[in-house]
Ligand binder design. Structure first.
Ligand code: FES
Length: 163
């Protein structure tokens, strides 16, 4: 997490200056801040609130409403485990359990080495392959718990693919 003392306020100022004359610019400002830092650090949101003369609660309200915004740092790879009906019926719970054991994280968390963020999502649109998980843009279907460590290893070795 980025702390206030070593925070790059100039980057937030620049984004604010670029957008300040435009109405309804809060979302693009937040998108640019997230692009800059990889997530929305608290000092950035507090600084933006001061510049906009807007209550911080209002800014947090927007950040938490839209799933595109992240208030915590995220890992290099995003793992999304499908919780849709087809995957549920075909045993995604066992996949999720194995994943949690291997990564030692719970849903919504990022591994200590910042390599993986683990999320659960609704149907990812390939129910015929259930149970399914995605790593970044790659889809892994007809999963069994035993395949989970091999898939993670690919990314730990820097060999993860987009197939
Ligand atoms: S329910 Fe998992 S892909 Fe549709």
């Amino acid at each position: 997490m980025i702390e206030e003392n070593d925070f790059n306020y100039a980057a937030v100022d620049k984004i604010y200056e670029n957008w300040k004359t435009q109405k309804g610019a809060l979302i693009p400002m937040l998108q640019e801040i997230q692009h800059e830092f990889g997530y929305l650090p608290r000092p950035a949101l507090e600084h933006l609130a001061r510049r906009l003369r807007t209550p911080i609660s209002q800014i947090y309200g927007v950040c938490t409403f839209y799933s595109q915004f992240h208030l915590k740092p995220r890992g290099e790879h995003i793992i999304r485990v499908c919780q849709g009906t087809a995957c549920h019926v075909r045993g995604i719970a066992k996949i999720a359990m194995r994943l949690e054991e291997e990564l030692e994280v719970e849903v919504g968390d990022t591994t200590e080495d910042m390599l993986f963020t683990y999320e659960s999502v609704a149907c990812v649109g390939c129910c015929g392959l259930a149970p399914v998980m995605m790593v970044d843009e790659a889809t892994y279907g007809r999963l069994t718990p035993d395949r989970v460590p091999d898939i993670l290893n690919e990314y730990q070795r820097g060999e993860g693919n987009d197939s």
